[in-house]
Ligand binder design. Structure first.
Ligand SMILES: *Cc1c(COP(=O)(O)O)cnc(C)c1O
Length: 470
């Protein structure tokens, strides 16, 4: 219960003008023109509520100018609250917090075209009968990876739940103790398995799991062996894991399935550095997996989605599951994915067209040249900054320990009245439009050029010029 306001406070509260009187003021008309009547009225109510709260705390009656200033601040805060464009200077290419992979121009055009009218989302135009959404990307995935069948859902977490439900509901699934991953954002494998209705049967140890561990654990209650790529950590040292080929052969010799969650969605072998053992879709299928699972917005460089490829029978079981309907993707996702997949039909086209691959494949000298350029421009504005070699990362649970050589512009915090530390500079850059996100390192603000495309450099310069140089 709120205490009764004091006699003085009640007197002040009565002096606050009601909303409709404020709305008639000439100054409000221009705000209404810019922001719309509904928004201005709502925020005016919020502002007057703040005034009442302030009086109840012992505050005074605000001057009209002050109330309007508060109203403007509330309107500004609302404008900043939706999705805003961010320039990614973190050096992390697939940054889940920043929306993972930017889409290619082709994908953007395909989304715009599909979104602006009707399309054959679930109609086979040749026969006039009902088709399936996945039909629209099946052939391209087949051509690139050799997958006999494919389907897709909202993300790889959904793909995992669906695969386990459709292929192992009420049955045991064998997983190595070294692969019981947490991917982040609530994806913990044991919990995903529980939700799917399959029963987790751990085998082996954290660092060593042998083929015989799997073999000895198979019973009539076992439906599948599942391998999960440890996307965001590596177990090094005294380690052992069977080859996927051996796991697939073992599974098939005992009449069960082999499910391979490879995570990042490198479609072909050339998409992962030769020195690494990171899986790719083509090889995972060739090893004999019944179903391979991966994300569309990691190394694939497309929209958020989860893709399941594998043999026709396993994919058919997945497509029959009632949850398929709950996890289905929309027409814009399919349009973006289809266009992105087209770029994968040739590694050169992929590196030329998909923003993630443009950035990953940019020669180091070119990144250095751009860092020199940007540092030069910012120096001319009076900023204390210089180019430095740095390390970028694929991120997003892809190639976890793979450092990508890069160059950054290192900016020292200026001695402005309101920006004295690198944290304050960071906050100021984040509040701009577009926002700029860098990395604070060694008491400096690092802007990694590996994740800032050339066309955004002038925007960065403009943002710094509005902060005012020292
Ligand atoms: C990223 C990842 C997931 C989760 O994929 P989302 O598309 O983010 O749902 C699942 N498994 C592995 C191995 C991953 O790397």
């Amino acid at each position: 219960m709120q205490p009764e306001p004091s006699h003085e406070a009640s007197a002040l509260l009565r002096q606050i003008k009601p909303v409709n009187q404020w709305l008639e003021m000439p100054y409000l008309q221009s705000l209404i023109e810019t922001h719309g009547r509904i928004r201005v009225s709502a925020l005016l109510r919020k502002t007057l509520h703040q005034q009442r709260e302030s009086i109840l705390q012992g505050g005074t009656l605000w001057a009209p100018q002050f109330t309007l200033q508060k109203l403007r601040a509330n309107l500004m805060a609302l404008n900043q609250s939706g999705l805003r464009r961010v320039i990614n200077g973190t050096g992390i290419l697939i940054h889940t917090g920043l929306g993972r992979s930017p889409l290619s121009q082709n994908a953007i055009a395909a989304v715009a075209e599909t979104a602006s009218g009707y399309c054959n989302l679930e109609i086979d135009l040749e026969s006039g009968f009902r088709g399936r959404r996945a039909d629209l990307i099946r052939e391209t995935i087949q051509a690139i990876t050799g997958a006999p069948a494919a389907t897709l859902v909202n993300n790889n977490a959904a793909a995992t739940i669906l695969a386990l439900r459709a292929l192992a509901h009420g049955k045991q699934v064998l997983v190595s103790r070294g692969q019981l991953v947490e991917i982040g954002g609530g994806f913990r494998l044991p919990e995903i398995m529980a939700v799917s209705g399959s029963i987790l049967r751990e085998v082996g140890t954290t660092n060593k799991t042998r083929l015989s561990d799997y073999e000895n654990a198979i019973t009539p209650d076992t439906a599948a062996i599942m391998r999960i790529h440890t996307s965001n950590y590596t177990i090094v040292g005294f380690t052992e894991e069977p080859d996927p080929k051996e796991l697939a052969a073992l599974a098939h010799s005992r009449g069960i399935r082999f499910i391979d969650d490879i995570g990042s969605g490198a479609l072909t072998a050339d998409a992962v550095p030769a020195a690494r053992s990171d899986p790719n879709v083509t090889d995972a299928l060739a090893s004999g997996a019944d179903i391979v699972l991966f994300s569309g917005d990691k190394l694939l460089g497309g929209p958020q989605c989860g893709i399941l490829v594998g043999n026709a029978h396993s994919i058919a079981l997945v497509e029959k599951d009632p949850l398929m309907r709950a996890f289905r993707v929309d027409k814009m996702t399919i349009a973006a994915l289809a266009a992105t997949l087209e770029s994968w039909t040739d590694p050169e086209i992929r590196n030329r067209d998909i923003p993630l691959w443009q950035r990953m494949s940019e020669p180091l000298e070119s990144v250095k040249f751009r860092a020199d350029q940007l540092a030069d421009s910012l120096q001319k504005l009076g900023w204390n900054c210089w180019p430095e070699p740095s390390q970028a990362f694929a991120g997003g649970g892809s190639l976890p320990s793979e450092q990508i050589p890069s160059w950054a512009v290192v900016v020292a915090a200026p001695y402005l009245s309101d920006i004295k530390t690198e944290e304050q500079l960071g906050q100021r850059l984040r509040s701009g439009s577009p926002a700029i996100l860098g990395r604070v390192h060694k008491s400096m603000m690092w802007l990694d050029l590996r994740t800032i495309p050339p066309e955004d450099q002038s925007v960065v310069i403009e943002c710094f010029s509005t902060i005012g140089a020292n």
